[in-house]
Ligand binder design. Structure first.
Ligand SMILES: NC(=O)c1ccc[n+]([C@@H]2O[C@H](COP(=O)([O-])OP(=O)(O)OC[C@H]3O[C@@H](n4cnc5c(N)ncnc54)[C@H](O)[C@@H]3O)[C@@H](O)[C@H]2O)c1
Length: 445
């Protein structure tokens, strides 16, 4: 069956819900029927990739891609018969029959993979962050917006499905802290490094180091980039400018999500940031960035702030330890403060606040549970593509804001930002909005 007809079949079979569609051959179609499985390519099969296996096992994983050939043996035990690739560009060009792509490569490939995949009309699950720079994030989001009625996308901020997120959102929206004035998110992770790792040895023949470097400028091989445990190896490379955005794209993408999902923000109109002295090789450990967001239809203008590396916002009470919270969010309103981490929340009303109008939502009116975050995307691929919580529109705006924070940090001054054009009011700062790619690596391919 050609891919387009297949996609129509998947859609209509999901729409019938109970698998009532009967083909001339007698094959039953419906949710979880063998014939209703997606054909998926998994790019980056180890590390974070492993966290997707349980959900992917229920579908047809037809292609695997990894720059480390040693990772294929175990992956093929789980996905027997899948074709293997070391270059995701070849996979996306050659695998005509795939419906969807799950990408768990290092961050500096994300925008490229997302755009190449969406250009070929593939649904995309992209590990966070979906891109490194303001320009990349905008390109990913813009392409998604053009195709949002046919492509399901999900950014890998799976904590979004923790019910605490929805309860926090309800409290902010329902007036638990009065009128919202500001939102804060912070993370205390510190990964200091002096600079890129020095040349050491040569890559093993099974590791395609040139493909690992991909679109970024070449840096000498060092086994240290590959020395971390499964799902934590990103902490060996994500602080270097050419491979990541430090804590902005690491825990920042999860933690700002806790605030972002409650505040209904789009583009900031200004940004200012400060932190460690600028190092052209390594992103800052300590940094804070502040964004002014205009009013919307349910709240006034607010200031949104991100803090990292053990720099914290001022807490409403001395006995609250933001370092003890670790990764947290805080909402300040006219009637009090709401503090939250991923799994819990704490309301601190102002002494004189009259919150008598605030009522905890009865269960029946609560935001419905998301369920399994990855399965939400799978279901959206098969049914309504708009039904994911962290599509590239929602997450793209947040990731763009966070990347803009790093631009202001580098510029060292307060910047005005025009969300329509994606430019600041400063020519030098505008040079930090994007990055250059090595020959052979095209963003819009
Ligand atoms: N959502 C989460 O909670 C969470 C947790 C950990 C990591 N992550 C994200 O997952 C991604 C991967 O992190 P990791 O720690 O697994 O990294 P990693 O360095 O272990 O890489 C993961 C896999 O991708 C392969 N790979 C590297 N470059 C590739 C390329 N160009 N093409 C194909 N395969 C390639 C590696 O060989 C490895 O098998 C990162 O973007 C990270 O931010 C998300």
């Amino acid at each position: 069956m050609n891919p387009l007809n297949r996609r129509q079949f998947l859609k209509s079979s999901t729409a019938t819900g109970a698998g009532l569609l009967i083909l001339p051959t007698g094959t039953l179609f419906g949710q979880n029927r063998p014939s209703n499985k997606l054909n998926i390519a998994l790019i980056g099969v180890w590390g974070r990739g492993l966290a997707h296996y349980n959900v992917l096992k229920k579908e047809n994983v037809v292609a695997l891609c990894d720059v480390n050939e040693l990772r294929f043996a175990d992956a093929l035990k789980v996905f027997p018969g899948a074709k293997t690739y070391v270059d995701w560009r070849k996979l996306l060009d050659q695998e005509k029959g795939i419906d969807a792509v799950v990408c768990c490569t290092p961050d500096h490939h994300h925008a490229h993979v997302a755009i190449w995949a969406m250009n070929r009309d593939k649904h995309v699950y992209m590990e966070k962050p979906i891109a490194l720079t303001v320009e990349e994030t905008r390109a990913v989001r813009a392409l998604y917006l053009k195709k949002k009625n046919k492509l399901a996308t999900q950014a890998g901020t799976q904590r979004h499905a923790i019910p605490n997120f929805q309860r926090v959102k309800e409290m902010v929206r329902d007036g638990a802290i009065g009128k919202l004035q500001g939102a804060f998110a912070w993370g205390n992770r510190q990964l200091p490094r002096p600079g890129y790792l020095p040349a050491e040895g040569s890559p093993p023949s099974t590791l395609h180091y040139d493909l690992w470097i991909g679109p970024s400028p070449m840096h000498p091989y060092n086994p240290g980039y590959f020395s971390g445990g499964p799902g934590a190896n990103c902490l060996q490379w994500n602080m270097f400018w050419d491979f990541g955005t430090g804590q902005v794209g690491d825990m920042g993408n999860h933690t700002m999500d806790l605030a972002w999902q409650a505040i209904d923000a789009t583009h900031p109109t200004s940004v200012e940031a400060k932190g460690d002295a600028f190092n052209p090789e390594v992103t800052p450990v300590k940094m804070e960035a502040h964004f002014e967001h205009p009013a919307n239809d349910w709240r006034g203008p607010i200031r949104v702030s991100w803090y990292q590396g053990k720099v914290f916002p001022t807490m409403p009470k001395k006995f609250i330890d933001p370092d003890g919270i670790g990764h947290g969010a805080m909402f300040k309103g006219t009637g009090g403060v709401l503090l939250a981490d991923f799994n819990s929340r704490m309301l601190i009303p102002e002494a004189k606040a009259d919150l008598t109008e605030y009522k905890i939502r009865p269960k029946a009116q609560q935001i419905p549970p998301i369920g399994d975050f990855q399965e939400q995307w799978i279901n959206a691929c098969k049914g309504d593509p708009t039904k994911t919580s962290c599509n590239f529109d929602y997450n793209g705006l947040m990731t763009e804001q966070m990347a803009l924070g790093l631009v202001a940090y580098r510029a060292g001054k307060k910047l005005k930002y025009d969300g329509k054009t994606g430019k600041t009011d400063d020519a030098t700062a505008n040079e930090y909005l994007g990055r250059k790619y090595r020959a052979g690596w095209t963003l819009n391919g």
